[in-house]
Structure formats: C-alpha cells, structure tokens
Ligand binder design. Structure first.
Ligand SMILES: Cc1ncc(COP(=O)(O)O)c(C=O)c1O
Length: 354
C-alpha cells in the first residue's frame, strides 16, 4: 500500500471502533486503582463495575445490567439466555448478529437464524408476522426477534420508538422475546433527541457498545430484567467472560456514558457534511446519513471498495477494502471537521477523474 508522507494526518474512517480513549478515561483508570475500589468481579467485588452496571441499567430503564467483553459476546449471551437449542430467531438479513458474529448463535447455542428483508434495516411488523412459524411439529419454534439500532449495514439508520414498539407488539402477540443490538443505540438517541431508554422501553434485552463512538477502549453492557441478567451471568462465565479487577475497563466506560454521548452529534454533523460535498459526484450513489455511517454505492463507477481504499490510502485516508461495491465510511471522534472537508475533496478528485 503506497501512502503519503508521514506528516499528513491519517484519517481513519474504517470504523468508530478506532477511537482512542480520552485522557479523562485514562485518569479514571488510575483513580479506580488508587481508590481501592477494584476487586474480583467474579465474586461481584469490583465496586467500579457495580457502579457502572447500576448506572447503565438506570440509563437504559432496565432492572439490571452486566458488563460484557464485547458487543458480540453481549448479543450471543442475550440470545442464549432467552432461546433454547433448535429455536428459530427472526433477524434482519444484513444485521451484524447474523452476518458478522462468526455464526455464534448457531455454533454456541444451536439457534437457527431466519433472515428477513428489512426496510432501511427495520423489520416491518408484517414481515415479522409472516416469518413466525405456526405451532407445527415439522417446524422450528420461533422464539425471538433481533433488531439493530442504529443499523450498521443499512447505513447507520435509526429505528424510532414507534417502530420498535410496533414490532414489540407483534412479538408479544406471538410470545417471542425481542433483543436490541444497540451497539450504536446512543447514536440513534442523539439523532432523535430522546433518552436512549425510550428506544428500548419495550424490548426484553439490549446490548450497548461503549467502545465505538463513545470511545472507551473496551467493553459492552447488556441490560434487561434481573432474571435475564442472572442467567446471562452464568453464560458469560461459560464463554470465558468472567473477569477479575475489570474495574479498569469499567472506569472509562463510566466516563463514556457520562461524558461522550452528546458529542456523537459532531460525528453526525461531519457525516452530513461529507454527504453534502460528495452526493452529486456522477455515478455515485449515497444516502443522506441519519447518524455517523455513510455507504458509497459504486455500482456505476469503475471502482470497487478495494480499489477505492487503495486510492484513498495514498492520501492517508483509511476505509476497509471489503463490502464489494459499497464502501463504508464511519465518522468518529478522531476525524474532525477539517479532516472531513479533506476527505470530501479527495473523493471528488478520485471519483470525478475516472
Ligand atoms: C451493529 C453492531 N453490533 C455488534 C457489534 C459487535 O461488537 P464487538 O466488535 O464489540 O464484538 C458491532 C461491531 O462493529 C456492530 O457494528
């Protein structure tokens, strides 16, 4: 890969997972240690983790919450805790839990995904209703539905509380559990200008990632009823997720929850700025972003994402060279307004020149 001189800042748009922890987060780790509040979390003795879990449960409007190592671990725990081997899980066909979690629900839980088409990542209530199997011994029992908010692959799209509630009402009619993969739930909340708990009021379980736009170095949370968290705890242990003085992880997660949510708007503003400056490039197909993710459709251009990523890398701009003819750009805290303007200029240069 050819890159420009080292003096040019690297603008990393591969994901919001590339965000580095803030100084305040590092200080919070040091303070957690100095204060003597760290302990063995397998025995429930880490006070920083206990504080994080209580805070997260409150923010999400749920009875209880549990620290987990990653979004993937949180999603698989939620599924394994609420469905049994052989059960069917209705899931949007481009969702992360279906496509990008290494088949965990099937390999670890014996669960059978039933992918369905969404509209901007949202499973319409009638689509869910059609997907639910009747009670027939030939068929798997439909036990759960998974939603993703925001929806990554649909382009960081937001699902509103009304949409969530409409789906939940079908789930209730058929006795299904509903899990929300809220890896970027706070992006949705900030975009809608509402508290995050309104987006998950009716769902049984939710997973949030604090290591994405919120910039904590590691860690996710799952939340739901006391009973769900009790069961989830055992599954986390089985998956090797029982940690010890993990208050050093929880301390920056508390900073993320308290201090980093409102600034997600900057990432959304930069995503919109980028959209405004590139959407009229001939042959490029791009939707106005709801949040911090843009997908550039390259079908009518002589580029695939690999070639585009190589061209951008020459200008120290990073994107993943996967996703075929759809190039993903994820605005994040490490990319400021001026960087965004530069990315727009470079894209105009590369894509208009062909
Ligand atoms: C929508 C969504 N869900 C879940 C995850 C999984 O999170 P993790 O990478 O922490 O396992 C991701 C990660 O990018 C994601 O984008």
């Amino acid at each position: 890969m050819t890159v420009s001189p080292a003096s040019m800042k690297i603008v990393d748009l591969r994901s919001d997972t590339v965000t580095q922890p803030t100084d305040e987060m590092i200080e919070a780790i040091v303070q957690a240690h100095k204060s003597g509040r760290l302990g063995d979390d397998v025995n429930g003795e880490d006070e920083v983790i206990n504080e994080l879990q209580e805070k997260a449960a409150k923010i999400l409007g749920k009875e209880a919450a549990l620290l987990v190592t990653s979004g993937t671990q949180g999603n698989v725990i939620a599924l394994l805790a609420q469905a049994s081997r052989g059960d069917e899980i209705v899931i949007e066909e481009r969702s992360h839990t279906y496509l990008y979690e290494a088949g965990a629900m099937s390999s670890l839980g014996g669960l059978f995904p039933k992918p369905v088409k969404g509209t901007r990542g949202y499973i319409l209530p009638e689509t869910l209703e059609e997907a639910i199997n009747p009670d027939d011994a030939h068929l798997a029992k439909t036990a759960m539905v998974v939603i993703e908010n925001t929806h990554n692959y649909a382009g960081g799209t937001v699902i509103t509380p009304n949409q969530v509630n409409a789906l939940t009402s079908v789930a209730r009619d058929y006795n299904l559990k509903i899990h929300c993969d809220g890896a970027r739930l706070f992006n949705a909340a900030v975009a809608l200008g509402i508290p995050a708990k309104q987006l998950v009021e009716k769902v049984d379980s939710v997973q949030i990632c604090l290591s994405k736009g919120l910039s904590a170095p590691v860690g996710s949370i799952i939340a739901g009823t006391e009973e769900f968290i009790h069961d989830g705890h055992r599954i986390r242990k089985k998956l090797g997720g029982g940690m010890r003085q993990a208050g050093i992880i929880a301390a920056p997660m508390i900073v993320a929850l308290e201090k980093m949510v409102d600034r997600l708007k900057d990432d959304h503003d930069n995503a919109k700025l980028l959209y405004e400056r590139i959407h009229d490039i001939p042959g490029l197909s791009v939707e106005k972003p709801d949040t911090n993710i843009l997908f550039l459709g390259l079908d009518d251009l002589p580029f695939d994402t690999m070639k585009l990523s190589e061209e951008l890398a020459k200008e120290n701009i990073l994107i993943y060279g996967k996703y075929g003819k759809r190039a993903r750009m994820v605005l994040n805290r490490m990319v400021n307004h001026d960087d965004t303007v530069r990315v727009a200029e470079v894209l105009n240069k590369i894509l208009r020149d062909e």
